[in-house]
Design a protein around this ligand. Structure first.
Ligand code: 5AD
Ligand code: SF4
Length: 434
């Protein structure tokens, strides 16, 4: 009988892909099958995120719960960004944890499994050319890493400390992985990196041809049978005209762009070391919309960064009103260890922070209602990927709207034209017209 693996994944898409990589290694090399049932598991992995503070507290209470519920012989491994940043501390605080594996050391899962109390968290470890075995949670959409680490120094962000310096994965490996995914039925690929449009800045081998992100997109779009390419996250600073124009004219690239604003105030952006101003951001949105009018734009915003005044916050609101983002991920600033901003003393009052977040989110909802109303009666080409409750099947339009229709699993992995019949904030409902 095969051994059972229970894995919980927190955080971003990159973490989801890391989990797939670990599952692949454990299946092929160690004979594990996944289970949804913690009590049955021989190995329990938690793939953690440390981008904000809350999930770190949650980790230890969750580990306590795992310990109570697990089989006596089951091992527990803590992986991912919190593993990188807390390291040995995790075993000190939770001595029943068997090993700790950092976000940059995923390929060592087979090794740490057999060494009790192993802590592998080297952020200089280079696994950019490691050949992982294949495993995908979805056969319709393939997540593919194009780089590891991050070279930026945003003053609020812990990621460069958990994932190390940025190294691009060679384009031939990416293209081969995409081809394999397409051969196995995926019509869409989703490229992942902390900073995708900085691709090509550094490869493991200095002899590697200088391929930039725009060129990588061109090469990938030649793969026959591949219909859609998405990616996250691009950095507004690196959105040059060449990239935006390729994005607009390449029919395989989905017309949905994530543009993490973080703040609309040029003063705060400078304190964050984001490398662009409010004007640059608005200029890039304008350029993008001028060549690609139907593009949907999503963003990340942090409110109450140290020193954020009412005027600074008003700048963020101004950008929101001008851009009318289709989707916003908004957060209260959370001081993180080993970051520059951790030492900033001009902290914003907690009540002010909460009020700003609430205001921003309600404004976004108002703007969204306005945006969504215009979709009623429109037709979108939808790629179906999920079977929902009550005989609904859902998927995404090219511009990333989540759309559901009545239907069954025959629709999964298929494209259909769908006319929108009713509007919700996060999901639209429609009927198939072709
Ligand atoms: N506090 C709050 N939000 C943060 N993010 C990153 N670091 C922090 C922090 N210290 C947000 C940013 C980023 C998203 C993934 O998480 O908006 O784009
Ligand atoms: Fe992803 Fe950042 Fe969280 Fe790490 S800290 S899992 S890179 S969101």
């Amino acid at each position: 009988m095969s051994k059972k693996l229970f894995i919980e994944t927190l955080g971003c898409a990159m973490n989801s892909r890391d989990s797939e990589h670990m599952i692949a290694q454990l299946r092929e090399k160690e004979g594990y099958e996944t289970t949804q049932n913690l009590e049955d598991a021989d190995l329990i992995l938690i793939n953690t995120c440390s981008v904000r503070e809350r999930p770190v507290h949650k980790l230890f209470s969750e580990l306590g719960g795992f310990k109570k519920r697990k089989k006596p012989s089951a091992k527990i491994g803590v992986c991912g960004c919190t593993a990188s940043h807390l390291g040995e501390e995790i075993i000190k605080r939770a001595p029943y944890v068997n090993f700790v594996l950092g976000a940059r050391n995923v390929s060592k899962i087979g090794e740490v499994l057999h060494k009790d109390k192993a802590v592998e968290i080297d952020i200089n470890y280079d696994e950019s050319e490691f050949a992982f075995d294949d495993f995908r949670t979805s056969s319709y959409k393939a997540y593919i890493n194009i780089s590891i680490g991050c070279d930026k120094q945003c003053t609020y962000c812990i990621v460069p400390k958990t994932r190390g310096d940025e190294i691009s994965i060679p384009d031939d490996l990416i293209i081969n992985e995409a081809k394999r995914a397409v051969d196995n039925g995926a019509k869409e690929i989703f490229l992942l990196g902390q900073n995708v449009n900085n691709y090509g800045r550094r490869f493991s081998s200095s002899e590697h041809e200088k391929v930039n992100f725009t060129e990588l997109l061109r090469r990938l779009s030649k793969i026959e049978g591949l219909e859609r390419i998405r990616f996250t996250s691009p950095h507004p600073f690196h959105m040059d005209d060449e990239f935006i124009e390729e994005f607009a004219k390449n029919p395989k690239i989905c017309k949905s762009m994530h543009m993490p604003l973080q703040s609309g105030s040029s003063k705060v952006l400078k304190e964050m070391k984001r490398g662009y101003t409010k004007e640059w951001f608005l200029n890039r949105v304008q350029k993008l919309r001028s060549v690609c009018p139907d593009v949907s734009i999503s963003t990340d915003i942090i409110v109450a960064f140290p020193g954020e005044s009412d005027e600074d916050f008003a700048d963020t609101i101004d950008v929101m009103k001008q851009v009318k983002f289709d989707q916003i991920f908004s957060f209260k600033y959370s001081p993180r260890p080993e970051t520059e901003a951790e030492h900033f003393t001009n902290v914003v009052d907690e009540d002010v922070a909460s009020d700003r977040l609430a205001y921003l989110q309600s404004l976004h909802n108002e703007l969204l209602d306005e945006i969504n109303t215009k979709y009623l009666g429109e037709t979108f080409r939808v790629y179906f990927e999920n079977l929902n409750k009550d005989n609904f099947v859902s998927g995404r339009s090219d511009n990333n709207l989540v759309i559901k229709v009545k239907g069954s699993e025959e629709l999964l992995g298929e494209f259909r034209d769908v006319k929108i019949t009713s509007i919700g904030r996060t999901i639209l409902t429609g009927e198939i017209v072709a």
